[in-house]
Write a protein that binds this ligand. Structure first.
Ligand SMILES: *Cc1c(COP(=O)(O)O)cnc(C)c1O
Length: 369
């Protein structure tokens, strides 16, 4: 493979910090890197509270559980996202309710949310897809009107801003992932962020088996073990020191792809709305015209260029079709994006010659030369 779809950068201090854990024996979920990473992340996000989890999927589950969402409740979820979002809802016993996305960014279509709200709706889960923030202000307004929570899934959008504020700090709870292909990585890992002390305290309780604060090994709640290790936090802290540089790299990558591909009329390039600063987690494009997406992807692979399709829409997921009745509801925008969308190599380690090579090869294939 000449150009992999993703290649992470591992920050210089990683080895030093992780070695420190091993040498000191603090390898499990206690140790100084946990609190340094959490405090550093809260500061980066400008949010009052942050607590680590074992991964992004668990951060979503923990957020829902900390909001006391469970059996009999409903949670609004955008239809074009990773399976983690509806799974987290299902883990709590609540029901995911799918909402169509809008065609430019693939984020939740705000105009379609309110008709899906019922007496059972407890929260809207917003995903900032591919690093482009969703339209939070109207979503917050709807949530306020119906007295429901907003959970931001910012797993692809560390450091992206909406009207000057970092996503994950704007709704009631923010959730992040530190999987290897995310903006910063801990190998596997996640974070829950909030400005609400009550939610934070509940999350702290539940993520560590819900030991009674008064009596250890005595339990009133169904807790989880979602504790990150000190070694992962050490890696996370080293990445966090570089996060602004990483975001600049992503934005540089998107600028360069934009410049090289802007004349391709059959390629829809990613946008950046006026009131946001995207982190272009992945350089996501849509193909139109005669040449089919999967044909182009296969040709690119022949040249050693790996790409990924967009997510399958949730309403087409067999596991969800069994769990939630969809009444033959149609999601034409999600279907269209899923059929035409894919992303180009976008890893943090990508080089200028690689971006030139990918762009040149795409042009060659699309123009039949
Ligand atoms: C990666 C991701 C998750 C899940 O994170 P894991 O750490 O892989 O569990 C959740 N939501 C979105 C939008 C993601 O991209």
């Amino acid at each position: 493979m000449i150009v992999p779809v993703n290649q992470p950068l591992i920050a210089k201090n990683s080895l030093k910090y992780v070695t420190e854990c091993i040498k000191s024996g603090w390898v499990s979920s206690q140790g100084k890197f946990i609190s340094s990473f959490e405090e550093g992340f809260a500061k980066f996000l400008q949010v009052k509270f942050a607590t680590t989890t074992t991964n992004g999927t668990n951060a979503l589950h923990l957020a829902l559980a900390s909001l006391n969402i469970g059996s009999g409740d409903e949670v609004i979820v955008p239809n074009l996202t990773i399976i983690s979002c509806p799974l987290a809802v299902l883990y709590t016993g609540a029901k995911p309710v799918l909402v169509e996305v809008e065609k430019q960014t693939g984020n939740i279509d705000v105009s379609k949310i309110e008709s899906k709200i019922t007496k059972k709706t407890k929260a809207i889960m917003v995903v900032h897809l591919y690093g482009h923030p969703a339209e939070l202000d109207p979503i917050l307004k709807i949530a306020k009107k119906h007295k429901i929570f907003v959970i931001e899934d910012a797993a692809q959008a560390h450091g992206a801003t909406y009207k000057g504020k970092k996503v994950g700090s704007i709704g009631d709870v923010g959730c992040f992932s530190f999987y290897a292909n995310k903006i910063i990585t801990t190998g596997e890992g996640g974070m829950l962020t909030t400005n609400n002390e009550k939610i934070f305290k509940k999350a702290m309780l539940l993520k560590d088996l819900a030991h009674s604060p008064k009596k250890r090994f005595f339990h009133h709640h169904i807790g989880f073990n979602f504790r990150m290790t000190n070694m992962q936090a050490a890696l996370g802290l080293a990445q966090l020191e570089q996060v602004d540089k990483y975001i600049e790299k992503k934005r540089w990558m998107a600028d360069l792809y934009n410049k090289l591909l802007k004349d391709q009329e059959n390629l829809e390039l990613p946008i950046e709305q006026d009131f946001v600063r995207s982190v272009f987690w992945m350089y996501a494009v849509k193909l139109k015209g005669k040449i089919k997406r999967d044909f182009l992807r296969k040709k690119l692979l022949d040249f050693g260029i790996d790409t990924r399709t967009f997510f399958f829409p949730l309403h087409r997921q067999p596991v969800l079709k069994r769990k939630i009745p969809l009444n033959y509801e149609a999601f034409p925008v999600s279907d269209d994006l899923a059929a035409r969308g894919f992303y180009l190599p976008s890893g943090l380690a990508i080089t200028k010659p690689q971006i030139y090579f990918v762009s040149k090869t795409i042009k060659k294939i699309l123009n039949g030369i």
